[in-house]
Design a binder for this molecule. Structure first.
Ligand SMILES: *Cc1c(COP(=O)(O)O)cnc(C)c1O
Length: 357
């Protein structure tokens, strides 16, 4: 197979161990003689995967007992609707830090009163607004902790006077999180914890059931709590691979260990972007994401963009094109992205500099 350095934003790179174990399970799931994609989800072999996966989530993120962990379909985009359906009664506040945050807000506006408390839209979302106060009169405050498209990240778990809800699609399991500060954390698995098809929810159970609207059965989080994420057929294969990914993460030392590695990888790449006269970073330095590193050609070198893209591709870099709404480059360096890939990208930028200075 062709050797590449994969910096794709999502669906993302996954640990080889998880992929190898998935291939084995596609042939024979736990010695049942049945492929994992053809096993009934009502068997004890499958239930043991669900249990193991929930336990890994709880251990890795130190999730308190009064929080439920759900694995559902629909993606984070359906999560936007789950949030509003289950938590919005009178009014909700959102921090508008990008396109995903805007889409989350849109779903809430469709169901009631919701607004952006602060926004960084004025400068194409290249920073996290700080000059705002979380209103005390709302049902919840919604944040997007990592803005996948713009490479900005909220690095700290904030204190909030109202229930705090976070879309952590693209930085979940990249660092330790104080779950007790959140009413709910949710996201699509495909950025950092598994393949597309499964959406995770970590929800403080006693905050549910406080809205007066009729909630359709499938959109009511209590349905899925009662059904232990198996009210209907769960995304079996995606959950299997997520479980294998978390086993890998536990094996290398969990979120504290990976946080250290992630910071090292990010520092390496940002240092090169800051040093190399041909490139410049786009996100405000204090808000730089350790998951998605966004950069462009520096002033005077703009015409070299396509050439660098081709140059990097020849050297095995894949997925470094920036999101279509911002242009330039984006290297997504999620948990499973090895340090060698970041080193290879840095070497490639240096080689390109030699050609052009
Ligand atoms: C990718 C992404 C989404 C959308 O996820 P889907 O699972 O495709 O709906 C939402 N929020 C963030 C922060 C993302 O990175």
């Amino acid at each position: 197979m062709k050797k590449v350095h994969n910096f794709t934003a999502g669906p993302c790179i996954l640990p080889q161990q998880a992929i190898d174990n998935a291939i084995e399970a596609l042939k024979d799931f736990k010695g049942t003689g049945v492929p994992v994609i053809s096993i009934s989800h009502r068997t004890k072999e499958w239930e043991s995967v669900m249990d193991e996966c929930r336990t890994l989530w709880r251990e890795l993120l130190n999730i308190p007992e009064d929080y439920e962990i759900l694995f559902l379909g629909g993606g984070a985009s359906m999560g936007f609707l789950y949030v509003a359906m289950n938590f919005l009664e009178n009014k909700a506040a959102y921090l508008e830090t990008g396109v995903w945050a805007k889409k989350a807000l849109k779903e809430a506006k469709g169901l009631g009163s919701a607004y952006a408390v602060a926004s960084s839209a004025d400068t194409v979302f290249n920073y996290i607004p700080k000059d705002y106060e979380i209103p005390a009169d709302v049902d919840y405050f919604h944040i997007t902790t990592n803005n996948t498209i713009y490479g900005t990240e909220i690095h700290e778990d904030m204190d909030s006077p109202v229930p705090l809800i976070a879309d952590m699609s693209s930085d979940i399991m990249s660092r330790p999180v104080d779950v007790s500060k959140y009413a709910m954390i949710y996201g699509g698995a495909q950025k950092n914890v598994g393949p597309a098809g499964v959406t995770f929810f970590i929800v403080k159970k006693d905050l549910l059931g406080k809205v007066s609207r009729y909630i359709p059965t499938m959109l009511d989080l209590r349905t899925h709590i009662d059904g232990a994420s198996m009210f209907n057929t769960p995304p079996v294969f995606s959950i299997f691979v997520m479980n294998e990914t978390l086993k890998w993460l536990k094996g290398i030392g969990g979120v504290e260990a990976i946080h250290k590695i992630n910071r090292e990888k990010a520092q390496l790449l940002y240092a090169e972007i800051d040093r190399n006269p041909l490139f410049k970073g786009t996100a405000a330095v204090e808000d730089r994401s350790i998951m998605n590193v966004c950069f462009v050609m520096a002033e005077g070198y703009e015409s070299l963009q396509d050439e660098f893209m081709a140059f990097a591709k020849e050297r095995g870099m894949t997925g470094i094109k920036g999101h279509r709404s911002v242009g330039g480059f984006r290297a997504s360096i999620y948990n499973a992205c090895p340090k060698e890939s970041v080193e290879a990208l840095v070497a490639c930028m240096q080689e390109f500099e030699q050609l052009h200075k």
